[in-house]
Design a protein around this ligand. Sequence first.
Ligand SMILES: Nc1ncnc2c1ncn2[C@@H]1O[C@H](COP(=O)(O)OP(=O)(O)O)[C@@H](O)[C@H]1O
Ligand SMILES: O=C(O)[C@@H](O)C(=O)COP(=O)(O)O
Length: 417
Amino acid sequence: MRLGVIADDFTGATDIAGFLVANGLRTVQLNGVPPDDLPVEADAVVISLKSRSCPVERAVAESLASLEWLRGRGCPQFFFKYCSTFDSTPRGNIGPVTDALLDALGEDFTVVCPALPVNGRTIYNGYLFVNGVPLHESGMRHHPVTPMTDSNLLRLMDAQSRGRSGNVPHGVIDRGAAALHSALAEMRASGFRYAVLDALDDAHLAVIGQAVSDMRLVTGGSGLADGMARGWGGGQRGVADAAAEGRPSGGRAVILSGSCSGMTNAQVAAYRAAAPALPVSVERCLLDAGYTAELAGWAAAQPRDGLAPLIYATMPPEGVKAVQDRFGAAEASAAVERVFGALARRLMEEGFERFIVAGGETSGVVTQSLGIGGFHIGPQIAPGVPWVRAVGRPLSLALKSGNFGGERFFFEAQAAA
Ligand SMILES: Nc1ncnc2c1ncn2[C@@H]1O[C@H](COP(=O)(O)OP(=O)(O)O)[C@@H](O)[C@H]1O
Ligand SMILES: O=C(O)[C@@H](O)C(=O)COP(=O)(O)O
């Protein structure tokens, strides 16, 4: 095993796994802390947790348990994967998990690099941008669980971690891997614990990938993993081979959308104009015990030979705000997640085999509720969104980060299967 990844949500995990596979690395994704005796043969293992917005103590404990599992397999390098929009609460969990992983490894320094230029996430002078707009001005300011109201990664990291952050500006990275390597050594010697790395494009990520090759723990988004893996010249097999086991099976498909991001709103609007689509009532998620059965019945009754039915809680920011004012933010999101989890299980019992899911938390709850232990990673539908196939089960999933994919993603996912 060459790389062990601990991902703080399920779409994030398939995102990074997809990039590793695209670089020819045979990659397995394991959902939750794996059992001790699980046999795994792969170039990279990605452990997906649902630790982005859970209590800090749980996020730390699960991340440390994952680290121990990977160390027990002789893994030489570790990657803490979080969101390219640095989704976190004021207490964490990115800072506390990074600190705990550093301590467990006996290390005192790492990099912070959520950049993913192919999807418009860039870092300039330590500020994170989404499609050219500072993070706090992007749709992320309205996120239902982790609204992002600051774009400065140093400030964000310092507020939730134990150490001090410094920035390595793009000018240094332009000078190449050796220059960056020395800059990192100097920062470490000056007492910084985290180096926030600028990255404006894939060339920067390739330089960073080279410069961090001897770092035991790196942290960031899937762009950094792509930069690292590009320098490794492929795993044991070619790219097509690496993706073969994850190709989607046939079978009945359904789309479950729990993301309220700007892009998912656009994707839902484009899809429901052409296909059967049913909005979810948050009030009924909270109050009506028979609601899941009704949603499942509706999906099962849709024609089998047309476009897959869509069930969506997706709403624009004003709608989400009204729901949260009425029911409470945590209560509303928990109720919607509960219904999507139960619904996925029922649909599987009805014979659905392909699940296209929008939203990281939503994907986590669906995967857990389907009882899937791990995934083979298949070909990418859009950058950061591969089809994945459950290990030993006839189930294929496309777990879409809220903000990923183009407007026709739901159509493209079905065409790619
Ligand atoms: N209409 C709604 N009102 C309030 N919360 C919602 C609504 N629809 C979905 N949610 C919740 O918002 C959260 C969206 O998070 P997630 O699934 O991670 O999407 P994203 O990938 O966009 O971050 C989930 O907890 C979901 O249950
Ligand atoms: O890095 C990313 O943007 C994604 O991999 C990711 O973490 C997805 O999170 P959600 O937007 O919550 O799906």
